[in-house]
Design a protein around this ligand. Structure first.
Ligand SMILES: [Zn+2]
Length: 349
């Protein structure tokens, strides 16, 4: 069934993540948003979404400053997932506790350089765009102005990034659009190349997976540690890469700098979706945002959701936004090893 807005196209609305004006459209069961700050995204549960601004405001226990930093963190995570994409990735909101926020100053500088380098079509390109301080992992507007000063002092940008008249408008509760002219100096472009080269020269592959070491095949729970040693690791190794897996890490409520830095150092990421782990989706989305190739694999039983006689969900299936991607479905470790080895050879140059 088509929603009425699907027939009419996009209508003006309010972004449920950042609270700014945006466009939205009902597309089947999903709501699609086009936000100048969060990018294009879709969600299956608008209004009840864990990232929903008014819902979060109602439930928030801490200070206003803490709330604003949490909002900036969410915009950072969503923008990371949507930047540079033409589709509407699904935002599920189960990854709030993963990243340490705000980012460190050197990470903020890297984020700026990667953002500007991807946005500008060539050195000297002059384009106008809208920005949000959260794009660069900043806590708030003060943090962003400080970052801007550092970018100038370090001669990474060539001129003022923003129109002076617009200065006061940058904040999480903005009431007007902020015009920004991204620039990079020669030093900035060199840094952009260096950040990309770090990825190109890397011999590491990050594995995001479910750390289940108890086999229960009746419940479709394979021993994933065996799957790692017998299929994932050898398939990666046979292509000349080292597999990196951060074993025994609980993703919920864990701020994990180590994981972030290992993904940043990797050339590509293998995401096994067996077990429906929120952390795996987050890691895959983060790698995608960095421009790394992501290869998805999944045990056959976990592709579609499973229901009991009362139509209650007993096992989740693969998320909508990765379901259509070219995924390796596997039944046993031998099959997975062969298919993954071939896929890595085809996808990773
Ligand atoms: Zn938004």
């Amino acid at each position: 069934m088509c929603g009425i807005n699907e027939l009419l196209g996009f209508a003006p609305g309010i972004c449920e993540i950042c609270g700014n004006e945006c466009e939205f459209c009902i597309h089947g069961e999903f709501y699609e948003f086009r936000c100048p700050f969060c990018g294009n995204f879709s969600t299956p549960n608008p209004g009840k979404h864990p990232y929903n601004l008014s819902l979060r405001r109602q439930n928030h226990q801490g200070t206003k400053e803490e709330f604003d930093i949490e909002t900036a963190k969410i915009i950072y995570l969503v923008h990371k997932k949507t930047f540079g994409r033409n589709d509407y990735p699904l935002i599920t909101g189960d990854d709030l506790n993963i990243v340490k926020y705000p980012l460190s100053l050197s990470e903020q500088i890297d984020e700026y350089v990667l953002w500007a380098g991807k946005l500008l079509k060539y050195p000297g390109n002059d384009i106008k765009t809208q920005i949000h301080e959260a794009f660069f992992g900043c806590a708030n507007a003060d943090n962003f102005w400080y970052l801007l000063d550092v970018l100038e002092q370090e001669k990474i940008i060539t001129k003022k990034l923003l129109d002076v008249d617009d200065f006061e408008k940058l904040s999480l509760t903005r009431d007007g659009a902020l015009n920004c002219y991204p620039t990079l100096s020669k030093k900035g472009w060199d840094k952009f190349d260096e950040l990309n080269r770090r990825k190109i020269e890397s011999k590491q592959a990050f594995v995001a997976m479910w750390y289940n070491d108890k086999e229960d095949l009746k419940q479709a729970k394979p021993n994933m540690m065996n799957v790692y040693t017998q299929a994932l690791e050898p398939a990666i190794k046979n292509n000349g890469y080292e597999a990196c897996v951060l074993n025994q890490i609980e993703h919920v409520n864990d701020i994990n700098d180590e994981m972030i830095s290992q993904i940043r150092k990797s050339k590509f990421l293998v995401a096994d979706l067996t077990g429906y782990r929120g952390g795996v989706y987050w890691e895959a989305g983060f790698a995608y945002g960095l421009g790394l190739p992501v290869i998805y694999t999944c045990h056959k039983s976990w592709l579609k959701p499973e229901y009991n006689d009362n139509n209650e969900i007993i096992r989740e299936g693969v998320h909508f936004d990765v379901e259509h991607r070219n995924m390796i479905l596997w039944d046993n470790v031998e099959e997975l090893k062969v298919k993954l080895e071939r896929r890595i050879a085809a996808v990773v140059i």
